[in-house]
Design a protein around this ligand. Structure first.
Ligand code: NAD
Length: 484
């Protein structure tokens, strides 16, 4: 099959406003998660391509892009958002095929990408410095300025959403971006570059170099011409990225994994909670950093939570991405083997539900049956480690203190939700949960363009999304004038 994202040759890098082959001329095979077949060849970018991309971005900062006003940057971003929406069908199909996600999820991701462009278009000219009262005879003010060249390393699970939130905010603040998408799924990154170009983004303001993490990725994080790194991915690589960026003392935003809990109390509206309890776990086949992989249920409601979730699990339909049912394949057979390893680690646990895999699934696809474990000890590997597959565990708890201890009892801290009708408990837990986002009587896996997002502990540091991201993608300068 030949895939041409918006007419673009998928084996190209986008550097300085032009499509070109990687400097080495080498390519990588891009797999189709639904079938295991090869979708197309992508560029195997390396250090030389990253050098050229950083050079193009540096030139853009010294040229047209560096002098583009905030209002004009906003207009360009808005046009990109409009073009994204005009191409929703093509982009959704690309993302669905590339990632293996059901088409409706991919369409939601396109809408989110457009929303990021709209949000940051509107925000570009609304962020500014301040004046500071100081000594007599002084005027002191602050300037909020772009870092310069920003590096963006993106994983395969939500390419469009993560590009939107990080590249969108960086461009709004006037940085020039170099994007290294994941080698497992990069087609919408290429399509996005093409649309940004068509929308009038000046050459060099956005450059895309596909390739392997250890090659193009490592070259980007250690490059002395890069002034900020935004990384979304695994904890292990996040540590490498931070070490690498430290060589040049460059700030890093790390959006890593999670083991996000939903706390369900006896006074909760369980009917309202149930779609979120299951949906936030199996969305994108569980390959969501903010997937809710732990359900904490109070003893008095525990049996009902298990029974109701079991019914919902048994009804889940697993299918290739383009069949657009509930759960698609995992990104690769490598990821499938990792998730199956976790399922084996759960041999000693009670499997209460497993969705059936239809017999006609393509043999080479990376399908895993959604699996629900109950009565899981809080310290069990499956209750502690990020699985990144359609697997959830239910853990019973006694009271509020017990729930909080379990919720905070992993090294991660990304998202949590609390289901209770007790307002005071909502407030207490919102303060005490060690996470970057708390949802009260709802759960927003990955959602909320406007909502600052990021983690604590092994989930990372720094915040993206919302206005908060604009502070991360800019630096603050203090100007003190003594005029008497
Ligand atoms: P990964 O860390 O293997 O890869 C992520 C990106 O890093 C890819 O583009 C990869 O090429 C690149 N990379 C790999 N090695 C590198 C290196 N040495 N230097 C620079 N870049 C390198 O992660 P993954 O398997 O693609 O994604 C899954 C992980 O991402 C999960 O742990 C998940 O929780 C996390 N994630 C987090 C968020 C979030 O917002 N917190 C969002 C999505 C995914």
């Amino acid at each position: 099959m030949t895939v041409r994202p918006l007419g673009v040759d998928p084996s190209g890098c986008f550097i300085g406003g032009q499509w070109r082959a990687s400097a080495s001329g080498q390519t990588l095979a891009l797999g189709d998660p639904s079938t295991g077949e090869v979708l197309c060849q992508i560029a195997r970018g390396g250090a030389e391509d990253i050098d050229q991309a950083v050079e193009a971005a540096t030139a853009a900062m010294a040229g047209d892009w560096g002098t583009t006003t905030a209002v004009e940057r906003g207009r360009v971003l808005y046009r990109i958002g409009q073009l994204v929406l005009e191409h929703i069908d093509a982009l959704a199909e690309l993302e669905a095929r590339d990632v293996g996600k059901p088409l409706k999820q991919a369409r939601a991701d396109v809408v989110a990408l457009a929303r990021y462009m709209e949000f940051y278009a509107g925000a570009a000219d609304k962020i500014h410095g301040s004046t500071i009262p100081y000594l007599d005879g002084y005027t002191v003010y602050t300037l909020r300025q772009p870092h310069g060249v920003t590096g963006h390393i993106v994983p395969w699970n939500y390419p469009m959403q993560i590009i939107g939130r990080s590249v969108g905010a960086a461009l709004a603040m006037g940085n020039a971006a170099v994007l290294k998408p994941a080698e497992e799924a990069c087609l919408t990154a290429l399509a996005f570059a093409e649309l940004a170009h068509r929308a009038g983004l000046p050459a060099g303001a956005l450059n895309v170099v596909p390739g392997l993490g250890a090659e193009a990725g490592a070259a980007l994080t250690s490059h002395p011409g890069v002034h900020h790194i935004s990384f979304t991915g695994s904890v292990g690589v996040g540590k490498l990225v931070q070490q690498s960026a430290a060589q040049n003392v460059v700030p890093v935003t790390l959006e890593l994994g999670g083991k996000s809990p939903q706390l369900v109390f006896e006074d909760a509206d369980l009917d309202a909670a149930l779609p979120f309890l299951v949906g936030a776990g199996i969305q994108n086949a569980g390959q969501t950093c903010s997937a809710s992989s732990r359900i904490l249920a109070q003893r008095g409601i525990y049996e009902r939570v298990v029974a109701e979730m079991t019914t919902r699990y048994r009804a889940l339909r697993v299918a290739p991405a383009m069949a657009d049912l509930d759960v698609g394949p995992l990104i690769s057979n490598r990821q499938k083997a990792i998730v199956e390893g976790f399922l084996n680690d759960g041999d000693d646990l009670e499997v209460v539900a497993q969705a059936a895999l239809p017999p006609d699934l393509p043999a080479g696809g990376a399908y895993v049956a959604p699996t629900l474990f109950a009565n899981v000890p809080r310290d069990h590997k499956l209750a502690q480690d990020e699985i990144f597959g359609p697997v959830q565990v239910i853990i019973p708890f006694k009271d509020e203190a017990d729930a909080l201890a379990i919720a905070n009892g992993t090294p991660y801290g990304l998202v949590a939700s609390v289901w209770t009708s007790d307002g005071a408990r909502q407030m207490r837990l919102a303060k005490a949960l060690k996470v970057g986002q708390v949802f009260l009587n709802n759960y927003g896996a990955g959602g909320g363009v406007e909502l600052p997002f990021g983690g604590t502990g092994l989930s990372g540091h720094g915040r993206e999304k919302g206005f908060e991201a604009l502070y991360g993608f800019s630096s603050l300068k203090t100007v003190a004038a003594l005029h008497g």
